[in-house]
Each structure stands twice: as C-alpha cells, then as structure tokens.
Design a protein. Structure first.
Length: 350
C-alpha cells in the first residue's frame, strides 16, 4: 500500500521519524551516500546506512529514491505518469510476477505533484558492470531469462487491460513522439561532429518514424514490458549468477520485441551484439517456451527488428531529463546513439 502526502521529497527532508514510520521499526540514526547520479536515472538515489534503536542488524543498508526535481525530468514524469508506474509496479505487480527485483519496503506518492519516495532492498552488486563498456554474453543471457519470465507471465493476459495506470497505445505514441521531437536537436548539439549527414537527415523525421514504428508494432502480442531494460538498470550480484531489474518507471503493456531490441542493442557493444544476437534471440525463444509460451523464431526476429528505433528515442531523452554537467551523460548519449544507428543499419531500418 502506497502512503499519501505529506512525505519527504528530497534527501534534505529525510529524518529518523520518517524512516521509522516507513520501515515499521524505530531508527536511531542514519547517513546516506548518493549513487547513480550519472546513470541517466530519473531520480535521486541514496544508499542508506541505518542504525536501529533495538540494535537490529537486518536492513541496515537500504536504497531510497526521490524524484529528480529538474523541470525537464518532472515534465517527463507528469506526461508519462512514470513515478506512479514504478511505485505501483513494486507494490501491486512485483509480488505476482516471477522476476527478480529488490525487495520493496515502502512507497509514498503524490499524484498532484508527481513527488514520491521509494525505499527498497540494497543489492550487493558487481560494480564493474557498465553500460558504456557493455555487458558480457553470459550476463545478457541472465537478463533474457528474467525478461522471458516477465513476458510469459503476462503474455496476452486479459488482466493487463484492467490495469488502468498502464499507458495505452495513444498515450505512448504521444509521449514518445514528444520526446523524440523535442530531444533530437539537443542530442545532435550534444554530439556535434559525431553524426554523419545521413544520420542527421534520418533524425529530422524521427517523430514520424516513431509513429510508423508504433503502428507496425501494434499488431504484435502484448505483454508486460519494462521499457528501459538496459545495463544501467540491472544489478548483477558479485557471483555473476543473478540479476535484479530496477527502475520500473517505464512499465507498460506492449510487444516483447521492444524490451529485447532495446536491451540487446544498448547493453552490448556493437561487435558483441553482431556476433551473438541470433543466439540471444534463440535463447529468449527457448526460455519463453520453458515458461509456457511459444513464439516462432522468425516472428521473434521480426518483432526485434521492428522495435529497433526505440533506442534512439531514449537517447533523445537524455538531453531533456539528465544533468548534462555529469560527464558520463554525454558519453552515454554518444554510445546509445551510435549503437542505435548501427543496429538499425544491420536490420535494414535505416
């Protein structure tokens, strides 16, 4: 159950009383470190170090997330009800969906302002994972298994249509068109000198291309998708045997190929993707079958290719929602844009 306002909307407002109420246990003191500030996240994320009055050693390290209060980020959240989607996914859907996510401890949300506070489990992660460097094929297979479990659970499930806080097709079309149209020129400016004339020309029609992509995907089977499935939103444990998926603000109903195209094209280097994407798609089809759903490999490839433009749309969002003073933001935009164009060229979508 999500709490209603008032609640803290920034780290400065967080205190022992709020944490005690949120966690159901008296907190005597706490400190925090900000994490993920350069990862393109739509929020302020803290790693909490908590001391309890009873001396408990459980849940002494938790993650607390607040909204990024930059106007571009807040406007994006208001338009797409992103914060509500993330909180309600953790509160309502994660408990009935067989996919690894950090344990949900507490959530607060104000629909009038889009302010929120989320407290969840802190995962001891492999800190060497970096989207810019790209993940390994073995790591990608772990993610694909999780995605297949998510997709199979909700594949053409009529209950999806009863979840009124998931955006419909028209809302998605409008939102992505706005992001692409508003973000393309700032993205080109951010990456000045790194795009070819043909690529710049391609992008001048990106709004229409987004609408064409969504129309093409509209006939494919619908399931629950993450919509921002990329390496920076994945927490791999140090043993390399598990992956936890975070940042569910894009939770939507849509075609599975959307998650696959975005994940594979953006989380692996161009060379690794080219060498392994057929194998990875075959692995997804097998994993989906193990979870009770059949998908023709030819259809899987077609859906994957048809969704490839999506990565470029998300690259367009970075100048709009991220802090450009963070050095890594520009590098992430460069890598995402280059990987998007190379993947589209490889699949005749350019």
């Amino acid at each position: 159950m999500l709490s209603k306002p008032p609640f803290p909307i920034s780290p400065e407002e967080l205190n022992e009383e709020v944490l005690s109420e949120s966690l159901g246990k008296k907190v005597s003191s706490f400190s925090y470190t900000r994490i993920g500030s350069d990862r393109g996240m739509l929020g302020v994320v803290l790693l909490l170090d908590i001391s309890y009055s009873d001396g408990s050693t459980e849940n002494t390290n938790l993650v607390c997330k607040f909204p990024a209060l930059r106007e571009g980020s807040m406007e994006n959240n208001r338009r797409g009800n992103n914060n509500e989607r993330e909180l309600r996914f953790y509160d309502e859907l994660a408990p009935i969906t067989p996919i690894r996510t950090p344990e949900f401890h507490s959530g607060s949300y104000d629909p009038d302002t889009e302010h929120f506070m989320l407290i969840q489990e802190a995962i001891d992660v492999d800190e060497n994972v970096d989207q810019i460097e790209g993940i390994s094929v073995e790591q990608a297979m772990l993610v694909i298994d999780e995605a297949a479990s998510l997709h199979a659970t909700w594949w053409e499930n009529p209950d999806l249509n009863k979840i009124d806080w998931l955006p419909g097709a028209e809302q998605r079309k409008n939102n992505l068109s706005i992001i692409a149209g508003a973000g393309w020129e700032p993205l080109c400016k951010m990456l000045e000198g790194e795009l070819t004339e043909q690529e710049i020309s391609f992008g001048t029609e990106i709004t229409q291309r987004v609408r064409e992509m969504l129309d093409l995907l509209s006939s494919q089977p619908k399931t629950l998708i993450h919509s921002d499935l990329r390496a920076d939103n994945l927490l791999f444990d140090r043993e390399g045997k598990k992956v936890f998926i975070v940042d569910w603000q894009g939770t939507s109903k849509g075609p599975a190929g959307w998650d696959l195209a975005y994940f594979i094209s953006q989380s692996l280097s161009v060379e690794t993707r080219r060498e392994n994407e057929t194998m990875l798609l075959d692995h997804y089809v097998r994993s989906l079958k193990e979870n009770g759903k059949d998908l023709d490999p030819v259809e899987a490839l077609a859906g994957y290719a048809d969704a490839m433009l999506y990565g470029l749309v998300i690259a367009c969002s970075l100048p709009l929602i991220s802090d450009e003073s963070e050095k890594r933001v520009k590098e992430l935009a460069r890598v995402m844009t280059r990987r998007s164009f190379e993947a589209m060229k490889d699949h005749n979508k350019f």
